[in-house]
Design a protein around this ligand. Structure first.
Ligand code: ADP
Length: 464
């Protein structure tokens, strides 16, 4: 019998995206559908129908339904693409284009979770597994277990994936309990309660049949106070009773292929010197060893450590930084780049420049304080640009010491140890640098392995 799996997420590429969560939902279901053709998996993704959806396809309206207790009716639109069905729920609260950042975000996504079972019922779907992702769909597991749901969903297995533990969704308990109909008895420290609030992410962790996160090392780290965002206790118990797994994210290997790069295709082993020369010329930098960094500016990503180390780094390297986010690093880097030759800073989100940095830099910096998985290091390796990365989470699982350079602490001194180790090889052992590039470029980050690990997990849950 084919497994019928329904992913539920607040974003899915190319229809809606603010970050890596969308990329995973854009790739994993397609790979599962491909893998499942033989042994059987039917894959559906359910997401909100935001006013503006990306991509070239428009959903076709397929049904209207009523969520008990809600006055307005809701609608479902459908797109079928490469063997995956995408269902978009249109309901109150999602009239605008924005994904998040509204005053009533929690309410919107709680209503979304409440609507999902009834949307599935309206379409007569009977999934074996519902796989929810991050805080926006985390409450679904509790609703399926503790509120009246359509009979077809009463025995469904639930999987919950944590992509980012920092965003949890904390809310006033009395509003949540009255709006959802969840029993007040769940408001206790082993249930929904979290320092006097309810915590949606915690609901996903406590009430799902299995909990996963996006790399094996991060799955260990989040059970410790340093990385656990105050949920380490509940995550430790989840691991002890065998419900916590780490499954490494994959990369879209077609989209990130240097030989067919949409901006400037090249072969890193043959053409790196030329591509680098053109990049440095366009950015008015001298011919020196060159470090790239492309990132959101959030505390997690450690761009402040690069700023601390900049004086020393610029002695030996060009440093090219592309990113935006927190205002303080943006302002400091804008100012410094006026006066520091060797530093090029571009503020903003710039897909084309990102590709040129991955292509033209010699090494790529990722000084993350924590990193659930990280894609940028995989991309840079594909492009023959060796990562210099903090030894944590998904970076630990993907950057091996024969290819890249890991440093142990999230401090500027440790970062400099990493860059100095890289510089030594780059300047004194060019042959070794070249073989590291060659080894990096052939690593396989495709979703095949991750997608089958998730399918195996579903099968295990279904066997009981
Ligand atoms: P996260 O999802 O935590 O931001 P990842 O390393 O998993 O970090 O993925 C980041 C992705 O976003 C990469 O594909 C990276 O190239 C891209 N990215 C980040 N910042 C920028 C930017 N300023 N301009 C272009 N692309 C960016």
């Amino acid at each position: 019998m084919p497994i019928d799996v329904i992913h539920v997420s607040s974003e899915v590429y190319p229809f809606s995206k603010t970050g890596g969560l969308a990329d995973v939902l854009g790739a994993l279901p397609l790979e599962q559908a491909k893998l499942g053709q033989g042994e059987g998996a039917r894959v559906t993704v359910v997401s909100p129908w935001y006013a503006r959806l990306g991509g070239s396809l428009e959903p076709e309206l397929v049904t209207r339904f009523q969520v008990p207790g809600m006055s307005d009716s809701s609608e479902v639109g459908r797109i079928v693409r490469e063997g995956v069905t995408y269902l978009f729920i249109r309901q109150k609260g999602f009239e605008g284009p924005e994904l998040y950042g509204l005053a009533n975000d929690l309410e919107r996504f709680v209503y979304f979770c409440k609507a999902v079972p009834f949307a599935l019922e309206a379409l007569e779907l009977r999934p074996d597994v519902i796989h929810a992702h991050d805080w926006g769909s985390a409450l679904l597991a509790a609703l399926l277990r503790f509120t009246p749901v359509p009979p077809a969903l009463q025995n469904v297995k639930t999987v919950f994936t944590i992509h980012n533990l920092q965003y949890q969704g904390r809310w006033n308990p009395w509003d949540l309990l009255s709006w959802t109909g969840l029993p007040a008895s769940l408001f206790n420290p082993d249930g929904l309660e979290f320092f006097g609030d309810v915590n949606l992410l915690k609901a996903g962790i406590v009430y799902s049949d299995a909990v996963t996160t996006v790399s094996p090392t991060y799955a260990q780290e989040i059970t410790t106070p340093l990385y656990g965002e105050k949920l380490e206790g509940v995550l430790r118990r989840t691991r002890q009773n065998g419900r916590l797994y780490g499954i490494l994210n994959g990369l879209d290997m077609e989209r990130w292929n240097p030989r067919t790069d949409p901006y400037a295709p090249f072969d890193p082993l043959e053409d790196k010197a030329r591509v680098k020369r053109e990049l440095l010329r366009d950015l008015r930098l001298e011919d020196r060893p060159t470090l790239g960094l492309v990132s959101r500016f959030a505390e997690q990503k450690g761009v402040d450590l690069v700023i601390e180390a900049l004086g020393e780094l610029l002695e030996d390297w060009n440093v090219i930084i592309l990113g935006n986010g927190d205002i303080f690093p943006e302002r400091v880097l804008s100012l410094l780049s006026k006066y520091a030759p060797g530093l090029h800073f571009r503020q903003g989100y710039d897909e084309a420049l990102a590709h040129r940095i991955y292509s033209g830099a010699d090494a790529f910096l990722m000084p993350s304080r924590f990193e659930p998985c990280g894609l940028a290091q995989m991309i840079s390796m594909r492009y023959g640009t060796l990562p210099i990365a903090r030894d944590t989470g998904g970076l630990h699982d993907t950057v091996t010491p024969d290819v890249g350079f890991l440093f142990p602490e999230a401090t500027f001194a440790s970062l400099l140890e990493g860059t100095n180790a890289a510089l030594e090889v780059f300047l004194s052992r060019p042959q070794e640098w070249r073989s590291r590039m060659a080894a990096a470029m052939v690593l396989d980050w495709s979703w095949k392995k991750g997608a089958s690990e998730y399918l195996e997990l579903y099968q295990r849950l279904l066997r009981g």
